[in-house]
Design a protein around this ligand. Structure first.
Ligand code: GDP
Length: 536
């Protein structure tokens, strides 16, 4: 039996981020393929194939081939227990990605070698830097024409503001792609055969040393000469791989490869696992101290809630990142925010639809707890004598608003339940308009696709049809003045500013422009408005 320390030290928990189409799903799939977790490539996400994703279970994802919700994939490899937190690439779901990154100890950024740093890469990268976690880069699609690798590195450095350290270096690209030079072992791993024909199998790799005459034969004279020049240049820069800088997210180790043809995936995984940290400590906001992940007592926080993952059971699952100790199914624990004891009755590990019950799990792991409706995102659970509270997870300020009204008034109960449950998941924020009943609510989201998902889920999970009316608001501010003494009705506002309240009864204003926010502040000297959300 291994000890708690052994178990926790073997954990590696990370998220993969990318601009859509850079190859995140393909890379995830190839990682699973190498580690024996799946047998055939093509089963992570069936965008173009008939097979559907292991990680996508919602119909909307299947229809549109986008990954909406994050799921967790766990596998063992080379003595490590690896947790990959899948994140939706589409910007409309950045908030979900943000929460998922709160549960990760590292991030892998996949970049399309032809396109470089794209819009969504930037946004997700920014979210990673808020956590100061190590960020590894995988420059993908080397089997296609790509940009010059020096250019790509420079772009990452200047656009994202992080240092880069190439762990390997590509030899050619596209038709001319011959492999990579591994800077640590000083050997070339040659790309062999017709990659596309081999796309669903492990690719063969041949190793040869730089300067060998056979290498020139293998990769071609010109490639060989170029490679020698490039490596001289890189070595001349003289930097050693600074591990401290990697661990604090200041330096990104960069790997080149081609996920589709499997090339460079295994060396990447090996190096990544070696360099990436064991579960990082999270801060207890009651004391301000970091909590040692190795301490015996279990603690963790909820970073995601998902209702109705299994339509037959209509249950709610709260995904908990374990921050310390060991989780055991059925253990007694304390829900800190609710101040109540509870039994952690159901632990589920997620391989999408196929939810295996988890009997034990350790710091670094994610467990899906059965949620009897008590958890909110950011809540802490802990066991034994441990009493800690992890920081709240900030929310994005919604930027898109719609009025959602139920079509069939007989379904009022289902409508209210659906809206409330989906709001608790954090996928949408809901607001009430004074004078309107609960058959119509205002919904705020970060991305318009979230409204499509809402509509679809209300229909399929709650049997409720809704009508949706787009609203012109784009700015949201909470009113901080004491509601018992402050008369909101008397506020001097532009006619297109709307007074609403959130689910906790707090008053707020919806504005159609930042200009109107200023107008309100200027005309109502004593009005105190909240700042905009941090991440909008
Ligand atoms: P995601 O949106 O980031 O998850 O991207 P996917 O993994 O779904 O990949 C998008 C498209 O790029 C798919 O058609 C993949 O087959 C293709 N792709 C992914 N990796 C590679 C690669 O290394 N080389 C080539 N040529 N295509 C790739």
């Amino acid at each position: 039996m291994s000890t708690l320390t052994d178990q926790i030290s073997s954990r590696r928990t990370f998220a993969i981020i990318s601009h859509p189409d850079a190859g995140k799903t393909t890379l995830t799939e190839k990682l699973l393929l190498y580690t024996g977790s799946i047998q055939t490539a093509g089963s992570v996400k069936g965008k173009s194939s008939s097979k559907h994703a292991v990680s996508d279970w919602m119909d909307i994802e299947k229809q549109r081939g986008i990954s909406v919700t994050s799921s967790v994939l766990q596998f063992s490899y080379d003595g490590y227990c690896v947790n990959i937190l899948d994140t939706p690439g589409h910007q409309d779901f950045s908030e979900d990605t943000y929460r998922t990154l709160m549960a990760a100890d590292a991030a892998v950024m996949v970049i399309d070698g032809a396109k470089g740093v794209e819009a969504q890469t930037k946004k997700l990268f920014k979210v990673c830097t808020l956590r100061h976690i190590p960020i590894f880069t995988f420059v993908n699609k080397l089997d296609r024409e790509t940009r010059d690798p020096f250019d790509l590195m420079e772009e990452i450095e200047t656009v994202l503001g992080i240092g880069t350290y190439p762990m390997n270096w590509p030899i050619g690209c596209g038709q001319n792609f011959r492999g990579v030079f591994d800077r640590q072992t000083r050997r070339v791993i040659a790309f062999e055969g017709d990659g596309h024909a081999n796309a669903t199998k492990k690719v063969a790799e041949i190793e040869a040393e730089l300067g060998d005459a056979e290498l020139a034969d293998l990769i071609g004279e010109a490639n060989h000469a170029n490679l020698i020049d490039d490596i001289e240049l890189l070595d001349g820069a003289g930097d050693e791989l600074d591990l401290d800088a990697v661990r604090t997210g200041k330096l990104s180790p960069v790997f080149f490869g081609s996920a589709l043809t499997n090339f460079g995936v295994e060396p990447f995984l090996k190096e990544f696992l070696r360099l990436t940290p064991t579960p990082l400590p999270y801060t207890d906001c009651l004391t301000g101290d970091p909590v040692d992940p190795m301490r015996d007592e279990f603690s963790g926080f909820v970073f995601k809630i998902q209702a109705n993952m299994d339509k037959n059971h209509r249950d709610r699952i709260a995904f908990v990142r374990i921050c310390s100790g060991k989780f055991e199914r059925g253990m007694d624990a304390m829900h800190m925010q609710g101040g109540k004891k509870l039994k952690l009755a159901t632990g589920t590990s997620l391989m999408a639809d196929d939810r295996a019950t988890v009997d034990e799990a350790y710091a670094g792991d994610i467990v899906g707890l059965f949620d009897p409706g008590i958890f909110s995102i950011g809540d802490t659970v802990c066991a034994g004598k441990c009493r800690v509270q992890y920081p709240e997870i900030p929310t994005f300020a919604p930027e898109i608003f719609a009025r959602v009204t139920q079509v069939n008034t007989l379904k009022r109960k289902q409508f209210v339940k659906g809206m409330e449950e989906l709001a608790q998941e954090g996928a949408i924020q809901i607001f009430r308009e004074p004078g309107f009943g609960m058959e119509s609510v205002i919904v705020g989201v970060v991305g318009v696709l979230q409204l499509d998902v809402l509509e679809q889920r209300l229909k399929s999970e709650y049997g409720v049809e809704v009508r949706r009316q787009a609203l012109p608001y784009s700015e949201i501010r909470w009113i901080l003045n004491d509601p018992s003494t402050y008369d909101i009705a008397k506020l001097n506002l532009t006619s297109d500013t709307l007074r609403v309240e959130d689910m906790r009864g707090r008053k707020l204003l919806l504005f159609t422009s930042a200009w109107n926010v200023n107008w309100a502040s200027e005309r109502n000297a004593d009005l105190e408005l909240s700042e905009v959300g941090n991440f909008s």
